[in-house]
Design a binder for this molecule. Structure first.
Ligand code: SF4
Length: 891
């Protein structure tokens, strides 16, 4: 890792919804360095492990560099002509609803705007949906039901000004690390109480005052109980309820019937009554309360009801629109909010207008001068891919996302893509989805494109280019406009740059907007190119006239016809699918600490892959014992939709009866470990968001007979293995292999992966019993090129030394050659072990040594090793190691 630049291009991190500012610099040798932007109000100079590694993701390995048609290289003109003509033909023959776009929260606002304008305005279909549907659609639906518009009222300062922060369905420590660090810093100074509501004991739950490990899916019961308790205990704000809301009496009556007492709630949610009472009393007594919710709430067949159950409690107490209080949805993706602003969801129109209001439909059509504009909502993601599968959608354009892995019931999505008549994919790299493309369009990546993003607190920030796109790659907005022009819509897509698109987007937000729509950035519609270039992070709204304050809903007026917020009466419903004897475990899915989506960027950074180098399913020790599973075993996990394989990780943080599998492992990084293959496509009736946090599974042990590891410079695609996964290291890859075949068959299979190697380059060894095999190849200079080790389970050596040889690219010394087939260094080398601190590359062995040496606090470990001193995401793992050492010392 290079030192970061003191100055650089001001841009924004492309990962999570915190939206941190980044200063990016390019050295003379082309190396990219990044550091946090000290002036950006989201992060004030800090970056988490993912953001800090951004400079390591900008290489062109694996990039799409030119358009492809049917796998052959093509010119842009040829590819764009084909896309435009096939879409036009399909529309002419089958109507506009026979085509669809599936886009991404990774797109910049300008990309999103033109894609939405093309589909809804000029093709005339609502069939554009986004992977943000999988992330926060339930929050959108809940906000619209309660507030009349998709409003996030709060700002990040609220978490610092609150006396109580409830984190529900949010592993903030890993998924929004910098925001979590801001909260923890505030807690240190003002003593903020933190309550975590999550079935798992996550890293977030390690830093809280009260952890309510409720049973999966029982959130509505918990918050209905809270609403009833607020009324019983006199914590309701009658003035606010009377002046600013409607529907309180019915909501509280139904909540009281659904959750009549803390004892009832405790039993229904699977937590202790004393903890439920403590939470309810704390919330009732604390004026400055913020409730943060995220995918753990949204990704549910009842996600919208969960959102409204939370909002109901804030409306009842009038704790909304004031400093240090409010419901606060945090988004997963960097520009999920921007997508919501431009109408990137199939059931939304642009600029927070809706298909459910005929005036809005007419207004958008007139603004765009688009008489054929869509009049009805399109297909939401799960339904969209069903329509692809059954032939209703015949031409599909996927932009910047990997649904072949990330969608639930992923096998069905892949077969839909195979069946589709015409699939276009624009993306940065090859993915599992690009394999299904008839036309591949190379898109510009982070660092190469310019535009706007909006973070979770409605703050718009600029992403700015500091690198030239490699090969023929182009920005997404340019690609969309090029296709639109070829389809005959040139006048409406005659944009020269993102600034012009943004101005139109801003003008639409203000068009015939008398204040009824709070999303109004009309003041930015006349922004010149220079101002757009200089644009500093700014909250919306930014109306031409009126209130541009960063806090929304401050006056107790809501964007509903009567200005009142709506209580929504909700009842606890069970999960869409219940566990049973055949599938007794409720599988939860989510993020790993250092990974992003399907790993196409973060999976290329060795230090980000070093903390969780293999797919692991976390299981409660009690369940593992029942199933005969031990730590490190290979587990076969199956749901009614598909199966996956992953290593077993025993976790006391996992509630018995539940398991957790990271969402990231695509076919480019493991054989069959994708959570999407298992997940349920059943959706919330209001938001269309699928239930990614709960699917019944069975888990059984695979009888692994051999294990292997290949360390190589080559980018290989293993086939025929029961299980494999890979991770990058300096100058190459490590492939972890295993199988249920006999050891000699495993050796044969692994040897095939090594391929044909000239004998004079190969050294190899097989033991007499045929259980162990070692081989290594050297390049012309005598440096290690490949090392393959196969052994019975548990008998492989540590890989630190071989990986360091591969990374050094230095000719091997005689002693190293002699030791090569043992896999063990001829001289003692400091052991690092699995990486815990990705920011400073500090391993578990180093931290264990520091603990053994007397470090008994996270701060002491930090002073000794630097671990935990940057983004803080590893601090809970360090604390666990310290606690375990204390326990062992006490035994
Ligand atoms: Fe990027 Fe991390 Fe900031 Fe999220 S918290 S925006 S991933 S640096």
């Amino acid at each position: 890792m290079r030192d970061a630049p003191a100055t650089g291009v001001r841009t924004a991190c492309p990962y999570c919804g915190v939206g941190c500012g980044v200063l990016a610099g390019v050295a003379e040798d082309g190396a990219v360095t990044v550091r946090g932007d000290p002036e950006h109000p989201a992060n004030f100079g800090r970056l988490c492990s993912k953001g800090a590694a951004l400079g390591e993701t900008t290489g062109i390995d694996g990039r799409l560099l030119s358009p492809e048609i049917g796998g052959r290289q093509a010119s842009w003109d040829e590819a764009l002509d084909l896309v435009a003509s096939r879409f036009a033909q399909t529309i002419a023959t089958h109507g506009p609803d026979a085509v669809a776009f599936y886009v991404s929260g990774q797109l910049l606002t300008e990309d999103y705007y033109v894609a939405n304008k093309l589909m809804k305005g000029f093709i005339g279909s609502g069939n554009i949906d986004t992977n943000s549907r999988l992330c926060m659609a339930s929050s959108v639906a809940g906000h619209k039901r309660a507030f009349g518009e998709d409003i996030v009222p709060g700002v990040y300062e609220d978490l610092e000004q609150a006396d109580l922060v409830v984190l529900t369905g949010s592993n903030l420590a890993w998924c929004h690390p910098i925001l979590h660090q801001r909260l923890l810093a505030a807690r240190r100074t003002r003593g903020t109480k933190i309550v975590v509501v999550d079935p798992r004991r996550t890293a977030t739950a390690d830093d809280c005052d009260l952890h309510l490990a409720i049973d999966p899916g029982t959130d509505v019961k918990l918050f209905n109980g809270l609403l009833a308790h607020l009324e019983r205990s006199g914590a309701v704000d009658p003035g606010f309820v009377a002046a600013s809301t409607a529907g309180f009496a019915e909501a509280v009556a139904i909540a009281g019937a659904d959750a009549p007492s803390p004892a009832h709630v405790a039993a229904a949610c699977g937590v202790a009554e004393v903890d439920v009472r403590a939470f309810y009393d704390l919330f009732a007594a604390t004026e400055r309360s913020v409730t943060v919710y995220s995918q753990g709430v949204n990704q549910s067949a009842h996600g919208t009801d969960k959102v409204n159950a939370i909002i109901n409690c804030h409306l009842a107490t009038g704790r909304i629109g004031r400093p240090g209080m409010g419901p606060f949805s945090v988004t997963g993706q960097p520009n999920a909010m921007g997508g919501r602003e431009v109408g990137g969801l199939a059931n939304q129109l642009a600029a927070h207008m809706g298909f459910d209001r005929p005036d809005d439909v007419d207004r958008v059509a007139r603004f765009w001068n688009a008489p054929s504009a869509a009049r009805t909502a399109g297909l939401k993601a799960v339904d969209l891919f069903r329509a692809v599968g059954d032939g209703r959608v015949k031409a599909l354009w996927i932009m910047g996302t990997n649904p072949a892995v990330s969608m639930p019931d992923a096998a069905r999505v892949r077969s839909a893509l195979r069946a589709c008549e015409f699939v276009v994919v624009s993306d940065v790299t090859h993915t599992d989805t690009t394999r299904h493309a008839d036309v591949l369009l190379p898109a510009a990546a982070w660092g190469e494109k310019s535009g706007m993003v909006t973070n979770s607190e409605r703050r718009m920030s600029r992403q700015r280019a500091f690198l030239a796109p490699p090969g023929d790659a182009r920005p997404d907005w340019r690609i969309v406009c090029d296709v639109a022009q070829r389809m005959g819509f040139g006048d409406a897509f005659d944009f020269d740059d993102p600034a012009a698109i943004f101005r139109e987007h801003a003008a639409l937000s203000a068009f015939e907007n008398d204040g009824a729509r709070l999303f109004d950035i009309g003041a930015l519609a006349s922004m010149g190119d220079a101002d757009y270039e200089r644009f500093a992070p700014t909250h919306w709204p930014q109306p031409r006239h009126g209130d541009a304050s960063q806090r929304l809903l401050a006056g107790g007026r809501f964007p509903t016809p009567d200005g009142r917020a709506r209580f929504v009466a909700v009842r606890q419903e069970g999960p869409a699918l219940a566990v049973d004897a055949a599938r007794p475990i409720a599988l939860n899915t989510g993020r790993a600490r250092d990974q992003w989506h399907t790993m196409n960027r973060t999976g290329r950074v060795p230090r980000l892959m070093a903390n969780a180098p293999e797919p692991v399913i976390e299981i409660a020790p009690e369940d593992a014992a029942r199933q005969g599973l031990a730590e490190g075993d290979l587990a076969h996990v199956s749901s009614r939709y598909g199966f996956a394989r992953a290593r077993v990780g025993l976790s006391k943080g996992q509630k018995p009866g539940t398991a957790f599998l990271p969402m990231h492992w695509s076919g480019r990084f493991a054989a069959q470990a994708g959570a999407g293959a298992l997940s349920s496509p059943l959706t919330d009736p209001f938001s269309g968001q699928p239930e990614l946090k709960h699917v019944p599974v069975s888990i059984r042990r695979e009888a692994v007979a051999w294990t292997g590891v290949l360390i190589t410079r080559r980018d290989l695609r293993p086939t025929g293995f029961v299980h494999w996964s890979r991770r990058p290291v300096e100058s190459g890859w490590i492939y972890a292999l295993c199988g249920t075949e006999t050891p000699d068959q495993g050796i044969l299979l692994s040897r095939q992966l090594l391929g044909a190697i000239a004998r004079d380059q190969l050294v190899e060894y097989t033991d007499r019993r045929g259980l162990t095999y070692r081989a290594a190849t050297l390049d012309e200079a005598g440096a290690l090129a490949d090392a393959l080790l196969v052994a019975p389970p548990g008998q492989l050596p540590s890989l630190d030394w071989l990986a360091s040889l591969l990374g050094s690219r230095a000719p091997l010394r005689p002693a190293e050659r002699m030791a090569l087939l043992s896999g063990r260094s001829p001289v003692p080398m400091p052991a690092v072990g699995r990486i815990v601190c990705a920011c400073h590359t500090v391993g578990v062995t180093q931290i264990a040594a520091a603990v053994a040496g007397g470090c008994r606090s996270i701060e002491a470990i930090g002073e000794s090793t630097r671990a935990g001193t940057n983004c803080g995401s590893c601090r809970s793992e360090i604390r666990t190691m310290i606690d375990e050492a204390r326990l062992q010392a006490a035994e």
